[in-house]
Design a binder for this molecule. Structure first.
Ligand code: ATP
Ligand code: MG
Length: 254
């Protein structure tokens, strides 16, 4: 067991802070984080590791200064979000890379993890900011979707991709992973990207649809469901909440 001395902070988040510690990245949870969340995340990391996808290998789960922490191998590099910001002229090429990485994720499946459809049903049922008509409409829409068992990241975006100097790509942040429809996972990423730029989000969705020969309508039909799911998980910024509410109400696309 290591005695981790926390070094430079890599990231400060709502639920965790990530620090360097020698060859490790140590993800320290906030003091009130339930133990189940920590071990669930460690389990998801371990399950995804089995698929052969390039993710930082998890090393230890432990308590540091009274807080739960997960130590994994440190990936020295930059997030794709940082890179995109530094090289706006290459953004389209990086969006293309992002879709390719997501397609590789969707090509995998893994036994013994939650089904996205089950998670989404529970989230829609628990969402108290919508009326019963909207809830019924969303649940009916969800029920009509085909049952797929592709590995979905659940929170896929450029901030969860770390690229090393020699261009190796690692995917992080697997707590939202589940088995389900690729289009649902893509709708979730669309909503994340649309928070900063609708144009980027549209480009991203178009790339996915072209590469996979998927009709755009098919992906768009997941938007209200994924907006509801995101709201149910708890959104703190008013701006994001307002945007998600507009997606909740988009029903028909022509
Ligand atoms: N093993 C690692 N090596 C290098 N950097 C990492 C590693 N794990 C995470 N990071 C960095 O830390 C950031 C945050 O980690 P992660 O995405 O897992 O949590 P988070 O999104 O901040 O969680 P939350 O938003 O719930 O607080 C990542 O975007 C990445 O830049
Ligand atoms: Mg993250």
């Amino acid at each position: 067991m290591n005695e981790f001395k926390l070094g430079k902070m890599i990231s400060e988040g709502e639920n965790v802070n990530v620090y360097e510690s020698g060859d490790y990245a140590v993800k320290v949870f906030k003091p009130d984080a339930p133990k189940t969340v920590v071990f669930y995340e460690a389990l998801m990391d371990s399950k995804v590791e089995e698929t052969g996808l390039n993710i930082p290998k998890i090393k230890e789960v432990e308590i540091i200064d009274g807080k739960w922490a997960i130590a994994s191998e440190l990936i020295k590099g930059k997030t794709l979000a940082q890179i995109m910001q530094e090289e706006p002229e290459n953004k389209d090429a990086y969006l293309d890379d992002m879709v390719e990485i997501q397609l590789e994720i969707h090509s995998k499946s893994v036994k013994g993890i939650a089904k996205l459809k089950d998670n989404l049903r529970a989230e829609i049922e628990s969402l108290d900011v919508i009326d019963h008509i909207k809830r019924y409409e969303l649940l009916t829409r969800l029920d009509s979707t085909p049952k797929h068992i592709k590995l979905c990241h659940g929170n896929f975006g450029p901030e969860n991709i770390v690229v090393t100097d020699d261009n190796k790509v690692y995917i992080v942040d697997w707590i939202g992973a589940s088995l389900g429809n690729a289009s649902a996972d893509v709708a979730k990423t669309y909503l994340k990207l649309a928070l900063t730029s609708t144009e980027t989000a549209e480009k991203y969705m178009n790339l996915f649809c072209t590469k996979t020969n998927t009709s755009k309508k098919y992906v768009q039909e997941w938007l209200p469901i994924m907006a509801a799911s995101t709201l149910a998980k708890g959104v703190t910024s008013k701006e994001e909440k307002d945007l998600l509410f507009t997606w909740l109400d988009v029903v028909d696309y022509s």
